[in-house]
Design a protein around this ligand. Structure first.
Ligand code: MLT
Length: 268
């Protein structure tokens, strides 16, 4: 499906009925990374997966990528779908975006799922890496970004023993456009520290992390879970950074368990 959102065409999928969950993807992926969640959760829930601007089947302009802009796009998508509230789930960059979303649109958040992400801003070294990655994308294209990122995305066991998964991850990244990749890098580099926000989050929250995540390790997940009042922490075994792709059943079980514990009534 497609909607005109804040001047760009935004693609999304919308499956199932019941409590709405909006899935927000990582850098530089797209809604396809949530296929197993769409399949596994849409029997019980209304599962919406978006291609953020710059990704997948959405437009990829060369201008205006900030965490706040991504949050505004999600807010406008909720308007388009006539949803007052939804469970908001983001992985890695998706989590960074949800912090921006919560700052601006907390009233629309029914519950939060923060997977393989972190609340801290980039360090000085991290910011320099964003610049280097943007130059790499510009000079050598998205395939080079896939090569550079791969070692940090999956557990060693999957990197060595699951060539199909490695190939799938590689092809999703390589299918991106340079404008979107560079836009994300600028947005991530400029994002504020969200650690002070954690204690103010007043929504049921599930923090998920792959036990072997080296990009946003379990220590980052613990920091979030310990500071967000009442948050629940789930560590996914045998998974690295892309825990939903690497261990989809365990990931879906964690989401189902969390949502059923909320006893939320279905929303429109
Ligand atoms: C992601 O998976 O979204 C990225 O690894 C996040 C980041 O580079 O900080």
């Amino acid at each position: 499906m497609n909607a005109r959102i804040n001047g760009v065409n935004m693609a999304y999928t919308d499956d199932g009925r019941g409590m709405p969950i909006v899935f927000v993807h990582a850098f530089p992926f797209g809604k396809v990374m949530w296929e197993s969640q769409v399949k596994g959760l849409s029997e019980q829930f209304r599962v919406i997966a978006v291609d953020l601007r710059g990704h997948g089947e959405s437009d990829a302009p060369i201008w205006r990528y900030t965490m706040e802009q991504f949050a505004d796009d999600l807010n406008s998508l909720l308007d388009h779908l006539s949803l007052t509230q939804a469970v908001m789930a983001g992985l890695s960059m998706g989590g960074y975006i949800l912090f921006a979303f919560y700052r601006k649109y907390a009233a629309r958040v029914k519950a939060l799922i923060l997977a393989d992400t972190r609340a801290q801003a980039d360090t000085g070294e991290g910011k320099a890496d964003r610049f280097a990655m943007a130059q790499l994308a510009w000079k050598e294209g998205p395939g080079a970004i896939a090569e550079a990122m791969m070692p940090k995305l999956l557990s060693t066991a999957s990197l060595q023993g699951r060539p199909d998964l490695v190939e799938r991850v590689h092809s999703i990244i390589a299918g991106n456009r340079v404008s979107g990749i560079v836009g994300d890098l600028m947005a991530m580099e400029a994002r504020p520290d969200s650690v002070p926000l954690l204690k103010q989050i007043a929504r049921p929250t599930l923090v998920i992390v792959g036990e072997h995540d080296i990009g946003t390790p379990p220590s980052d997940a613990r920091l979030m879970a310990e500071n967000i009042p009442g948050a629940r922490l789930e560590i996914i075994k045998h998974a690295g950074h892309l825990s939903n792709l690497e261990q989809p059943e365990a990931f879906n079980r964690a989401v189902r368990g969390f949502l059923s514990s909320l006893r939320l009534s279905p929303l429109s």
